[in-house]
Ligand binder design. Sequence first.
Ligand SMILES: *Cc1c(COP(=O)(O)O)cnc(C)c1O
Length: 358
Amino acid sequence: MSRPTIAHIQLDAFRYNYRVARQLHGGKALAVIKANAYGHGALACAQAIQDEADAFAVASLEEALQLRQADIKNPILLLEGFFDATELAEIVANNLWIVIHAEWQLAILLAAKLAKPVHIWLKLDSGMHRIGFLEQAYKQAYLELAGHANVASIIHMTHFANADVLSSTHTNQQISLFEQTVENLPAEEISFANSAAVLNWPQTYRNWSRPGIMLYGANPVAGNTVQLRPVMKLSSTLISIRTIQAGESVGYGGIFTANKPTTVGVVACGYADGYPRSTIGAPVLVAGHLTKLIGRVSMDMLCVDLTEIPNAQIGSPVELWGNTVQANDVAKCAGTIAYELFCNVKRVPFKYSDTERL
Ligand SMILES: *Cc1c(COP(=O)(O)O)cnc(C)c1O
């Protein structure tokens, strides 16, 4: 027997969520699989939807090449474009699409000698204030790119800062600034919506959506009722059980002290596996019963309250997050978001399943 901690990746759920995203929005959907598909395994996720995905999006040339080398033929967008001029030849050779978000990229692209023109996603900073051109610079950049020998086509894009907040006026402000800016700049297509916008803001629907987190089954909009299927199930088992008395504490720092006799179970999963050390009191499923994390998460283990689960025993299955325990709920108890939980899973074996394609 080896250590029982496993990240189980349910590819049929990933495919289901992609279809939900695409249908809700109605246009084409760029499946965002950057950062190794938010920790789920980029190649396996890409392969699960390559027959139907309109395109993929990643953060770097290296991430794109991993897909191309495995024979993924769909269009792939580099969300930050290139990081220096030396990447351009490979971008062209591998048929990648690029975001252009800054003056320095524009200068390099316009001066380059390319074997073939490239498809450009020109990024407007409509209020996120992270990357992208401001309005005047955007118009100027567009005019320099349009018709240039290195440019095959231009898609207008922008990114929302607050699409997960229903009551925010910021998204509408970003849309109007975008509409004003591109008014006289014909582009073949437009792309606005990340997952939160797909779920929450029909006003943002244009030709292309760019769903990420929703594909992995975590709904980024609190209170949103669109049903998604969790893709990752992080599971382990109980490796130790003891009963402590009132007044006794559990684990490093003794941050949990029992006020009555308490049965404590130890689970073989810790922060070295990606379960955040900052988590306090998160839900945990043990032998089919919901209970709670108690005490501080340590490197290889964490503790749960078994007092109300008398049938729990050594080897009982534990779900840290997955089909019953929502990653969003654990993230809240850790002061973070499900995105970060998924990206941080490491050391554990990944097991892939696909009930539709056995
Ligand atoms: C990561 C990213 C997305 C996906 O965002 P989610 O919130 O995961 O849906 C979309 N667009 C851009 C530009 C991104 O960088």
